[in-house]
Ligand binder design. Structure first.
Ligand SMILES: *Cc1c(COP(=O)(O)O)cnc(C)c1O
Length: 388
């Protein structure tokens, strides 16, 4: 039987093996493993790629978020508005610096943070006191906004940035799934807010051979602060003006990522081609009424880190596909406001209905660029058989 894994990186590796192995050899021969030439070059290349002024390579996407929050001085007493429909790290990082995550609901069409929900929170549940924006219920200082560019499509950054400016909020973009994703007029993920945070976890569109990440910034002082906090807050070495951490990216990972970056646009085009093929095939198979394909916002460049459909009998469909060799995944089965570890925030079932509905209905299908026509056809035919 034809197999269609959710993601298979072996074909990608075969295509770059001859380029990447000599570079790994070279780094090993030089024994310069920490913050070397490949890191500096990668930072410059990724900043340019993301149309940002500065890039700071870090140890993971999670650490990029943590470092961004630390660099902006966010901590106890502060609140950060974000989406509950995202990977755990988004809100986990907020809580780890001692700040409080505030969840606003998503736009059901895009799965991204709804500007209307954020506006409602800022204008109806907060008030200005002594020049600070305070949450009326908790008394906390609402200090930052953390939109997520989920599945590889930019959040609605026009109105979100307008709200942030109007209310004096710092903006950290969780762009972990969105390298090269474009909003209107070619502006790229990571270039809107104070800091953009990227992940190079192997399953992201640009994946390392392990963990790695990046912060982007447009302000020179902030970029310098991120760099200093990356090495325990010491500058010069052993003189600590700040308490930072070890947030460094490996030289080996930087070397791998530089090779992969050259192929990224071709891989992204492959994902976009597969997504467009699914869109057409679902319509042609008469499945339009049975499932909702992902909405690509006109004028944006969706990079399809995931191709996520909505279906009513999601779990039954998932089991049916698994029995027929098709891998899928649920991103994410429990919205963050209902996670056990966030019970102290006081949210209840029903508080954020669109996020809860998305958690119950969404299913990610294989979309990686090396998929063959027969595999794509098998996915669509099997979904059609399920509904027949
Ligand atoms: C992958 C991911 C992260 C975390 O990145 P790591 O590199 O795995 O630490 C954060 N946020 C989102 C939305 C992600 O998808």
């Amino acid at each position: 039987m034809i197999q269609v894994p959710l993601l298979d990186l072996k074909a990608q590796y075969a295509a770059i093996r001859d380029e990447v192995m000599p570079l790994i050899e070279d780094v090993c021969a030089r024994q310069q493993f920490i913050l070397g030439e490949h890191v500096r070059e990668l930072e410059a290349e990724l900043a340019a790629y993301s149309r940002c002024a500065f890039g700071i390579g870090v140890s993971s996407g999670t650490d990029a978020l943590l470092l961004a929050l630390m660099a902006l001085g966010l901590g106890p007493g502060d609140e950060v508005v974000t989406s509950p429909f995202t990977f755990f790290a988004t809100a986990g990082a907020i809580a780890r610096v001692g700040a409080r995550p505030v969840f606003c609901d998503i736009d059901p069409a895009t799965f991204n943070l709804s500007p209307a929900a954020v506006r409602d929170f800022l204008e109806r549940r907060c008030e200005r006191r002594d020049g600070l924006l305070r949450n009326r219920i908790t008394g906390g200082r609402v200090a930052a906004l953390m939109p997520v560019h989920l599945y590889g499509q930019c959040a609605d950054m026009g109105p979100l940035m307008e709200l942030a400016r109007a209310h004096g909020l710092r903006v950290i973009e969780d762009a972990a799934q969105a390298i090269g994703s474009e909003h209107l007029h070619g502006a790229r993920a990571g270039s809107f807010g104070d800091v953009g945070c990227f992940s190079f976890f192997p399953s992201k569109n640009l994946g390392a051979f392990g963990d790695a990440g990046l912060c982007t910034a447009n302000d020179a002082d902030l970029a310098e602060h991120l760099r200093i906090l990356r090495v325990h807050g010491g500058k010069p070495k052993y003189y600590h003006g700040f308490i930072g951490g070890n947030f460094r990216i490996d030289e080996l990972q930087a070397a791998v990522l530089r090779v992969k970056l050259k192929h990224l646009d071709a891989w992204t085009e492959g994902r976009r081609r597969n997504a467009a093929w699914y869109d057409r095939a679902f319509a042609a198979a008469g499945l339009a009424g049975r499932l909702v394909p992902p909405r690509a916002v006109p004028g944006y460049r969706h990079i399809y880190n995931q191709y996520v459909i909505r279906v009513p009998r999601r779990d039954a469909l998932r089991a049916f596909l698994a029995e027929r060799g098709i891998g899928t995944e649920i991103y994410y089965p429990v919205p963050l406001h209902l996670q056990e570890c966030f019970a102290y925030l006081g949210y209840r079932v029903g508080d954020l209905p669109e996020s809860e509905r998305a958690a119950a209905e969404s299913l990610a299908l294989p979309v990686y660029p090396e998929l063959e026509a027969a595999q794509l056809e098998h996915v669509v035919a099997t979904i059609a058989a399920f509904h027949a």
